[in-house]
Design a protein around this ligand. Sequence first.
Ligand code: TTP
Ligand code: MG
Length: 359
Amino acid sequence: MGMRIIGHIDMDAFFAAVEERDNPRFAGRPIVVGADPKGGRGRGVVSTANYKAREYGIRSALPISTAWKYAEAARRAGRDPVVFVEGRYAAYAEISREIMAILARHASLIEQASVDEAYFDVSASGSYEAAEAVARQIKDDIRATERLTASVGIGPNKLVAKIASDREKPDGLTVVHEKDVERFLEPLPVRVIPGVGPKSEMMFRKLGVRTVGDARRFSKDELADMMGVWGRELYDRLRGRDDAPLVAEYEAKSIGEQETFERDIADPRLLEKTLKNIAADVYRRFRESGFSSYRTVAIIVRFADFTTKTRSGTMTKPADDLATLQFQALRLFMPFLDARENPQKKKIRLMGVRIEKLY
Ligand code: TTP
Ligand code: MG
C-alpha cells in the first residue's frame, strides 16, 4: 500500500460567518447565532459565536440566557454590543452542500463528518508538498465562491488531520508529516485527542498529566486498567496512530411506497399480507435503483380516524434481501395488531413501508 495523506477541513465560526457575510451591517461585530435570547429569559442555547463574541466568553452550547448576560456585561463595560441572530438552518445546509461539492473537485474520496467538516483523501497527490497545494486550492476556491474561510489539516490519517485543522484557526493550514506526528502531538493538551472528554481530562489532571506527551508514560495495560478497552485505543491515539478508513457519505435517500385501502381493514391476516406486498413493491424499486443495501426500515400506519404513526428500526448490519425487509416491516407492525399500539382496536386505512440508509 502506498503512503496515505488525509486532509480535514473545518469551516471557521461557520453559522456566524455566514450571517456576517449575508448581513454587511454585522461586519466586524460580535455575532451569536442561536435561540432568541428574549432579553435574558430565552431558554435555548448558542449554536455558535464568531471569534469577536468568543472574546466575551460566549461559545457553542452555552445557554442563550448566559450569553445574554455576558453580552450585557460587555456592553456596560463599553465594549462592542453583541448581535444575536436566530439561525437560518436551511441556508447553512445548502452552503454546506456547496462546500462539499468544491471539495469533491479536488479529492478522490470525501467523508463529510458534520455540517461544516469533512475528511478528504489526497494520497493520490503523491507528496505532502502536493497535498498542501491541493489544500490551498480548496481554501482559495471556498473563499472565492462562498466568501468564507476554512481551516485545513493534513496528516497521515484522520486523527492527525483533524487535530491539525484546529491548530491555526481561523483560516489555518497545518501540515504534519508522518515523521513529525509524535513531536507535533507531544505538547498539546491531552484533551485534543478525540474521545478524551472532560472526565478523562480530570482523571489525567489528578495524575499530573496535562499534555499528550505526559500521558504517554502509561503502558497500554495501565491505560486499559484505568479506562477499560478504550484505554488501549487511546494508547495508539496518543501516538497519532489511526488506520480508520474514510467512509464516503451515503446519499441521504430513501425508497418508499404506501397504499390507502378501498375500505378500512381490521383483519390481521389481510393487513400482514398487504404489508408484505407493499414491502415487495419497495424491494422491486430498490433493485432497480442501483443501491446495493439498506439498513433502516420504517413503516407508516394511518387509522380510520386519520391518526398516523410511523415506526422505524435500523439494523446493525445492512441487508439486501426481500425476506429481511418483510420481516423487519412485520416486526414494526406487530404492535399495531394488539393493545400495544391499538388499544381501541381501530381499523386501518393506510399502510406504508420505507427503506433508508441506502448504499
Ligand atoms: P464547529 O465547527 O464546532 O464550530 P464553528 O464552525 O462555529 O467554529 P470553529 O471556527 O471553532 O470551527 O461547528 C460548526 C457549526 O455547527 C457551528 O457554526 C454551529 C453548529 N453547532 C451547533 O449548532 N451547536 C454546537 O454545539 C456546535 C459545537 C456547533
Ligand atoms: Mg467549524
